[in-house]
Design a protein around this ligand. Structure first.
Ligand code: APR
Length: 256
């Protein structure tokens, strides 16, 4: 991947008035967390309609919980990678204003990102389908605890994530659209972009005349629409951006 594309991306990021990030499963791939689509993706091994829908949960809550427990184990034993960490630094130095993520793994928070919008919920948060009780689990439940029960009313607890066929929490979606309406740059990292309404959020930025940097190891929905297409992994991209921004700062220091 030639240096030029990283310099252009770093230049756009440093000149943006309100840059936001939009991330998907690909940013967590190098933390060892399986993506959903593409080679080895979860949906090539499991049927979402059997594991990630309200009907699936009503039909077999124990099966759905066993699948989420398996995902929680993977996430519990993973950690934020360089991409998550540098993205949190870009927020700290006020280059990135907010991270809008489709991921439920919580790794952006763990990496130090503060302003994070979790469109599809968080795998560590659970809620009671009867009384609405919510709590956050510190670690994966034991197999013999499944399906988890509400300590308040005894009803079934479920992962507080958005399943297929469910609406995103309205306040979360409104916040994401508000951020996109302020953005003049959206940094898209590791998403196919095909799941709605999330996938339309980055498009709103370019429809309003903003820029898009599309970071992905494969072509995706935004390929051909982005101002800068970076065909590489998330870790490689952020490593290069950090290097180039450092150089830019040094150059700026030398000039000023
Ligand atoms: N670096 C960058 N991109 C990567 C990497 C990597 N190391 N590994 C994979 N990718 C890219 C893939 O090319 C693909 O475009 O990440 C994307 C992963 O796509 P999906 O698995 O579809 O994940 P995502 O786009 O986040 O899915 C959106 O679908 O199943 C629902 O709710 C689930 O939030 C999820 C939503």
């Amino acid at each position: 991947m030639e240096d030029e594309v990283f310099r252009k991306a770093a230049d756009l990021l440093s000149k943006a008035g309100y840059a936001i990030a939009f991330t998907g499963a690909g940013i967590s791939a190098e933390s060892g967390i399986p993506t959903f689509r593409g080679s080895g993706g979860l949906w090539s091994r499991y049927k979402p309609e059997e594991l990630a829908t309200p009907t699936a949960f009503a039909r077999n809550p124990k099966l759905v919980w066993e699948w989420y427990r398996w995902r929680m184990e993977i996430i519990y034993n993973s950690s934020p990678n360089i991409a998550h960490k540098i993205l949190s630094i870009l927020e700290r130095i006020n280059i990135i204003k907010v991270v809008i993520t489709q991921n439920v793994d919580g790794l952006h928070h763990k990496a130090g990102s503060r302003n994070v919008i979790e469109l599809h919920g968080n795998i560590w948060r659970v809620k009671c389908i009867q009384c609405g009780f919510k709590t956050v689990l510190e670690k994966p439940p034991r197999r013999d605890e499944l399906p988890l029960r509400c300590p308040r009313c005894g009803g079934l607890l479920r992962p507080d994530v958005v399943w297929f066929g469910e609406q995103l929490p309205p306040d979360v979606l409104t916040r994401a659209w508000e951020e996109a309406s302020k953005a003049d740059l959206v940094l898209v990292v590791g998403t196919t972009g095909i799941v709605e309404p999330a996938g339309s959020i980055p498009l709103f930025v370019i429809e309003r005349g903003g820029y898009m940097i599309n970071v992905n190891s494969e072509p995706n929905r935004y390929t051909g629409l982005a101002s800068i297409e970076v065909r590489t992994t998330a870790v490689k991209f952020f490593r290069e951006i950090a290097r180039v921004l450092e150089l830019l700062n040094q150059e700026r220091d030398n000039i000023s």
